[in-house]
Design a protein around this ligand. Structure first.
Ligand SMILES: Cc1ncc(COP(=O)(O)O)c(C=O)c1O
Length: 381
């Protein structure tokens, strides 16, 4: 099955070796086909086609719900993950003195919404300290929690290091202390199995363009049903109040379901494309995808270590997940970051510079031969 998954990305190998899936990933052949077919239909601006596309996005909501273990009524779509996080942060009823706990290595989109929410309400952001090699041990998070903590807002998987926060312990801590847990899952969902219902978390925010290998401009929020009333919508429009056919009026009520957070038209092409990717991921199976991505990451890490590169692993010897960060050393064949970058670029390897080094993030569609090409590019010979 994994071979079929890999072959769905063969067309994308011509232009690059895709080792930046924690940044953005290529689209599968079926994803590309969906965009192309729907672009043709929508370009004629026929109302029935727009309506069909809207119906299709509702099916995509259902597919995503199935993929992350929740119900469609608990998923709202946004245009970015940052927008979904902002909805939770700025829609949350914070009061002066409340505290919000985040990690010190959070991606800015999972920091600034909380910071602004604190600035507007008189709450305070408390920053939990990571360990050496950017590990995120649960004890450090726990230490940052006080009787004033209202929200813990962390990434499941950290974007630079791949460090993982233990979600089971997080949900238990939240439940025991009445703390709302909001997790940015963008660097996990699509690369690691995840189930919202059994996670016990209050809210998760994600996006489709990284490990879910779909176009940019799809963000999502999954929210526990009990919390629908807790959050105030931060953006409103026709769609949050029922639709374009309902005349404007002061007595028109806000929707009561999760779609009250969706103010207007949707990213139709991006959403239908996302649906096609979700079909492929479901056919392949997330466990198989996760195992393969982790195997490839470990193959890469071993090859780098053999060549005396420093792998900055928060997990120790064995990489968990599919993000790794490395730097050259005095004993590696290439000795400077500039040399490493030039060598990877010469072989058309996509990567990201993320402190402390270079981030490589192979998805399950990467071939062993592509890992070998990367290692060879770094071997000098
Ligand atoms: C943890 C995390 N959250 C969010 C994002 C992206 O957010 P957005 O899609 O809103 O730009 C990234 C992208 O690198 C990320 O690593």
């Amino acid at each position: 099955m994994i071979e079929t998954f890999k072959s769905a990305y063969d067309h994308a190998r011509e232009n690059a070796l895709h080792f930046n899936n924690a940044g953005f990933a290529p689209w599968s052949a079926s994803t590309l086909k969906a965009v192309t077919e729907w672009a043709l239909k929508l370009s004629s601006a026929q109302p029935q086609n727009v309506s069909l596309a809207f119906d299709e996005t509702e099916r995509v909501r259902g597919k995503l719900a199935r993929f992350i273990g929740t119900k469609p009524e608990q998923i709202a779509f946004f245009q970015t993950c940052a927008a979904a996080i902002s909805q939770v942060a700025l829609g949350f009823p914070f009061k002066t003195g409340d505290e919000i706990v985040v990690w010190d290595q959070e991606y800015p989109s999972n920091f600034h919404p909380w910071r602004v929410a604190a600035e507007r309400s008189g709450a305070k952001v408390v920053v939990a300290k990571s360990d050496a090699n950017l590990a995120t041990p649960f004890e450090s998070l726990k230490k940052a929690v006080t009787a004033k903590t209202k929200v813990i807002a962390v990434s499941w998987v950290q974007f630079r290091s791949g460090a993982q926060t233990d979600l089971k312990q997080l949900a238990a801590l939240g439940k025991a202390n009445g703390i709302f847990t909001c997790v940015d899952v963008i660097q996990g969902v699509g690369a690691i199995p995840f189930n919202f219902e059994t996670s016990g978390l209050d809210a998760v925010c994600g996006g489709a363009h990284k490990w879910l290998a779909s176009p940019l401009s799809v963000g999502f929020l999954a929210l526990k049903k009990d919390h629908l009333e807790l959050l105030k919508p931060i953006m409103v429009g026709a769609m949050s109040y029922g639709g374009p056919d309902i005349p404007s009026g002061l007595d028109v009520p806000l929707k009561t379901g999760i779609q009250k957070f969706e103010p207007g038209g949707r990213s139709l092409l991006e959403l239908v494309a996302f649906g096609a990717t979700l079909d492929l991921f479901e056919q392949t199976g997330i466990s198989e995808i996760a195992n393969e991505a982790e195997r490839l990451s470990n193959k890469l890490a071993s090859g780098l270590r053999e060549q005396n590169y420093i792998v900055h692993s928060p997990h120790g010897e064995r990489i968990k997940g599919a993000i790794l960060n490395f730097t050259p050393s005095d004993n590696s064949p290439l000795k400077t970051m500039a040399e490493v970058e030039a060598s990877l670029l010469a072989k058309k390897v996509s990567f990201s510079k993320r402190p402390p080094g270079i981030r490589l993030s192979p998805h399950a569609f990467i071939l062993d031969s592509e890992v070998e090409t990367v290692l060879k590019a770094l071997s000098k010979s």
